[in-house]
Design a protein around this ligand. Structure first.
Ligand code: SF4
Length: 509
């Protein structure tokens, strides 16, 4: 591969500087291809397939990888991108409690055109690579540096013993922030796998696990890995580290496993690294009665556990799960959507709790590791939509008129506007235990409580009836009239004149 940076032309640099996620994804893509990033974009297309539409409405994808890096012990983070992108990303990460400094390498059209940006990035990485403070530095290129072909692959792999991991995380190549977590996790697993292949690596903080372990992939509520560990123990297995990891050396123990549990199914680049290390991958997760039953059997078989041991743990866990589900029933019709990757698992739990679930939408793509969950849900009459758009989530809510809509912020907002009780998936649903007996009864209280709020919504809607909506909301002496069509026409005429003036044409008489 030709590693020499291909620099954008002057005009192109000016143009792509002004583009972003608000417009111009196609131009950015074209610029990235022209500047030598074709292979990278093809890799993203394969790992994170789009469709049925281009991209789910979501926050800047780079937030996913930024968060993963910021949560790691002794890992430094540097971003290079437009100032507004970096401002937004760092603001959001501090809003979520990052409490860490984020390095920033700015650029202008000159540094983009001359290749100086790459030199600036290299200098920043060198300045930050202090082995007293860091095990690794994550250098992330956002949209504009990626489109400009900044060659992160040319950065040294290591400086003063500090690992340098360069990743491109452009919004025009990676559909969701969930998948950006995989971009970083996959890059780190690859680095760690190569280190482990080359020689001895650092031992885990708590010592080496003697039992065969099951590596867990996907962010979970902290109780879930413990519950999984308790279910694995009678089979002579242990729960391994959770990817995304919290410390560099966990990468080695994650790779050193008997099997990988693809709890969140969209970590395609990470799964590839596990497969390269010769580790088998098991999809779905131990949620609810049927899910736990199938998962324990699949994990036991994959790890060569004797059938009587697998049966023994099933015989203990399944009645406990059944009892917890029966003790905490959920009554009501529900639609569910989210972008975390655990939507199908939550759906299974809701159905087994007795909910009349009609729709599950996930912003994540279809992969083999959620195929069983989708199949199971469909067999119960639930409509499953991968890469769901906001429009599809809203259409499902309008169609099924649920007693409760679980979804992303705009879905929840729309539901409340129409007096439908709603819960935010990320904060209120995915932040609960889901696995095994602990997960079986964990959703009922919050869901039944929300459904019971319906009369309050009806009361509020009746109270505010007639005060206006959207542009006409509020208290007015005269009801405002919608002038947007007239304004649009006026602006279109103005633009026509301006364009003609720019083109040196005669205007008017
Ligand atoms: S880096 Fe993120 S915020 Fe900036 S243009 Fe790209 S997708 Fe948008």
């Amino acid at each position: 591969m030709d590693d020499a940076p291909r620099l954008p032309e002057d005009d192109t640099a000016e143009e792509i500087q002004g583009l972003g996620c608000h417009a111009g994804a196609e131009q950015m893509k074209a610029a990235a291809i022209a500047s030598g990033k074709k292979e990278l974009l093809e890799g993203f297309e394969k790992d994170y397939p789009m469709g049925p539409h281009d991209q789910p409405q979501s926050m800047c994808p780079a937030f996913g990888s930024l968060r993963v890096g910021l949560r790691m012990r002794r890992v430094g983070t540097i971003l290079s991108g437009s100032a507004c992108c970096v401002y937004g990303l760092t603001f959001t990460s501090h809003f979520y409690g990052a409490k860490r400094t984020v390095g920033y390498v700015p650029f202008n059209s000159e540094s983009l055109v001359t290749g100086k940006l790459y030199e600036d990035i290299r200098e920043a990485v060198e300045l930050m690579a202090d082995p007293e403070k860091y095990d690794a530095i994550i250098m992330t290129s956002l949209c504009v540096p990626t489109a400009s072909g900044v060659p992160l692959q040319m950065l040294p792999k290591e400086i003063n013993g500090v690992r340098i991991v360069g990743i491109d995380v452009p919004g025009f190549g990676i559909p969701t922030h969930a998948e950006a977590k995989d971009v970083l996790s996959g890059a780190m697993l690859r680095y760690a796998r190569e280190e482990a292949t080359a020689g001895p690596v650092q031992a885990p903080r708590d010592g080496i696990e003697e039992r065969p372990s099951v590596s867990l992939v996907g962010e979970m509520f902290p109780v879930d890995p413990m519950t999984i560990g308790a279910m694995l123990e009678p089979m002579g297995l242990a729960a391994g580290p959770v990817t995304p990891v919290r410390e560099w050396r966990e990468l080695y123990s994650a790779l050193d496993c008997a099997a990988v549990a693809a709890i969140h199914p969209f970590y395609t680049a990470s799964f590839r690294e596990f497969e390269r290390a010769g580790r088998p991958i098991v999809g779905s997760a131990p949620v609810g009665h049927d899910g736990t039953d199938e998962w324990l059997q699949a994990i036991g078989k994959t790890c060569n556990v004797a059938q009587d041991k697998i049966d023994a743990v099933r015989n203990t866990m399944l009645p406990a799960i059944r009892a917890a589900l029966a003790a905490t029933p959920i009554k009501g019709r529900i639609t569910l959507s989210g972008y975390e990757g655990s939507e199908l698992l939550v759906g299974r739990l809701l159905v087994e709790s007795g909910a009349d679930l009609r729709y599950v939408g996930t912003a994540c793509p279809k992969t083999p590791y959620s195929a069983e969950d989708a199949e199971w849900l469909r067999s119960k009459g639930v409509y499953v939509q991968y890469r769901a758009s906001l429009e599809q989530d809203l259409a499902a809510m309008h169609e099924f008129q649920p007693d409760l809509a679980i979804g992303t912020t705009p879905v929840v907002q729309k539901a409340k506007e129409t007096s439908i009780p709603a819960l935010y998936f990320t904060n209120l649903i995915s932040a609960r235990p889901l696995m095994g007996p602990a997960g079986a009864g964990s959703l009922a209280q919050v869901i039944n409580g929300a459904i019971a709020n319906k009369p309050r919504f009806d009361k509020m809607t009746a109270f505010f009836e007639g005060v206006g909506k959207s542009d006409t909301a509020g208290v007015w002496e005269d009801t405002p009239s919608d002038k947007s069509v007239a304004f649009r026409k006026k602006n279109a005429a103005r633009n026509k004149i301006n364009n003609a003036v720019d083109a040196g044409e005669a205007v008017g008489t």
